[in-house]
Design a protein around this ligand. Structure first.
Ligand code: PGA
Ligand code: ZN
Length: 431
């Protein structure tokens, strides 16, 4: 009889993320000697309903951002309940940790602790089965590689420039495959760098690897993207534009929206009108958080106006949590959901949110965080969960290229079996 494999060790280390702030690395070892390790990312413009990211708060270490206590509680509290457990079910391991935590937002153990162990366990199981992670997150996995959404111009809370919109992305959805899409994105990114340089504008990069120059307006950023696409030899049949507005940052107590850098205040209706007119003017494929996560009436109006033309993506709106997504689906708001595993705090719950999205016809978009690490797990998860798009920054900075490089190597391994998520987006009604 085959001996059952179980967990023999759970350990953790305090390491650094791409901003140089501490984060959690966890390791899980199984009885057959298989090991899995994982690091978790950290957001800057976090949604108010995200699961809790636990930090030590000791001002003498890392300005209070240390995670030494978190790491200690993985060793002291989590390890004893997992060691000895059979290594057959992701759901069982995740539920065990959630029960130990016992809170709605994971504030006792921290979502950063639970997700690090959850992902490390997924990797250990994959090693034990002799499979890559993308075949393990859900049984079997798919063969669809996601289309990149590359954040090439930064503004909002992510940059000290005068752009109010947080992210201007290029989406090479019309490329033949993921390798050509990454090549196209990289070429447009470098063409944009040349354009900025030729105009004496800054080519310093922000947290996600995008340029962060000061421009006259958000519209000028869109004009520059159009020029860069052309300069690189592409057109809008191959490359579309996507925005992450992060409009929650603009909402005022009276329900209006204040764009701080343009010093402009708009009513909800005026903001919706702006997006409707932009959708007519620019080759937009998606707009993320175009309104605040508390403005469900505005979301309903915008979904009615634009929902059949482009992707309206809920990030802060849904925070990767199935109950919030299900409530949104019932209200008919948005038609796509950003998937950030650390907003919910475990692999199983991330899978559940993606399943709920797909069942309702909402497009799941796998995503990094602005503070990330060299861990490429989201590239594997995008494939495993069948997400047609992945948002993981510019093709620059190793914590961003780690994900693109992972996709390139998986594409190589899959060869002719690989399918490309971008081709799904050419369907009528998604643009
Ligand atoms: P964050 O930004 O990781 O700082 O939250 C990314 C986003 O808003 O999508
Ligand atoms: Zn966002």
């Amino acid at each position: 009889m085959k001996r059952k494999i179980h967990i023999v060790e759970v350990d953790a280390v305090e390491v650094l993320d791409s901003r140089g702030h501490p984060t959690v690395f966890a390791q899980v070892i199984l009885s057959d000697g298989s090991r899995g390790g994982a690091m978790v990312p950290s957001g800057a413009s976090t949604g108010q309903y995200e699961a809790h990211e636990r930090r030590d708060g000791d001002a003498d270490r890392y300005g209070g951002k240390g995670v030494r206590e978190v790491v200690e509680s993985i060793r002291r509290d989590v390890a004893p309940i997992l060691v000895g457990m059979e290594a057959s079910s992701q759901q069982a391991v995740d539920s065990r940790m959630c029960r130990l935590d016992g809170t709605d937002d994971k504030h006792r153990l921290g979502a950063n602790a639970i997700l690090a162990v959850s992902l490390a366990f997924a990797r250990a199981r994959a090693r034990s089965a002799g499979k890559p992670l993308w075949q393990m997150v859900i049984d079997g996995g798919g063969h669809q590689l996601p289309c990149p959404m590359m954040n090439v111009l930064n503004g909002g809370a992510h940059a000290d420039n005068n752009l109010d919109i947080q992210e201007f992305m290029i989406v090479p959805y019309g490329a033949a495959d993921v390798c050509e899409a990454i090549r196209c994105g990289s070429e447009v990114y470098h063409a944009l760098g040349r354009l900025l340089r030729s105009r004496g504008l800054s080519t310093a990069v922000g947290d996600e690897g995008g340029y962060a120059p000061s421009l006259d307006s958000d519209e000028q950023a869109l004009e520059l993207l159009m020029e860069a696409i052309k300069l690189a030899g592409y057109d809008t049949d191959t490359v579309a534009i996507a925005l992450d507005v992060a409009a929650g940052e603009w909402l005022q107590p009276d329900g209006s929206y204040h764009l701080p850098k343009a010093a402009l205040t708009l009513s909800r209706e005026q903001l919706i009108e702006k997006w409707v007119s932009w959708a007519e003017t620019w080759p937009l494929i998606s707009i993320e958080d175009p309104l605040s996560d508390d403005d469900h009436t505005g979301w309903q109006q915008l979904t009615t106006a634009l929902g059949n033309r482009l992707l309206l993506v809920g990030d802060d709106l849904f925070v990767t949590q199935e109950p919030r997504l299900t409530a949104g689906i019932q209200k008919g708001i948005a038609n796509a959901v950003l998937i950030k595993p650390n907003q919910v705090g475990s692999v199983s719950e991330t899978v559940a949110t993606v399943r709920a999205a797909k069942a309702a016809g909402y497009v799941p978009i796998m995503s990094h965080r602005s503070g990330d690490t060299e861990d490429p797990a989201i590239a594997d998860m995008a494939i495993a969960l069948g997400a047609p798009l992945i948002k993981t920054g510019a093709p620059c900075r190793a914590e961003r290229t780690a994900k693109y490089n992972r996709l390139l190597t998986i594409a190589h391994d899959l060869g002719e079996n690989a399918r490309f998520g971008g081709s799904l987006l050419q369907l009528e009604g998604q643009r």
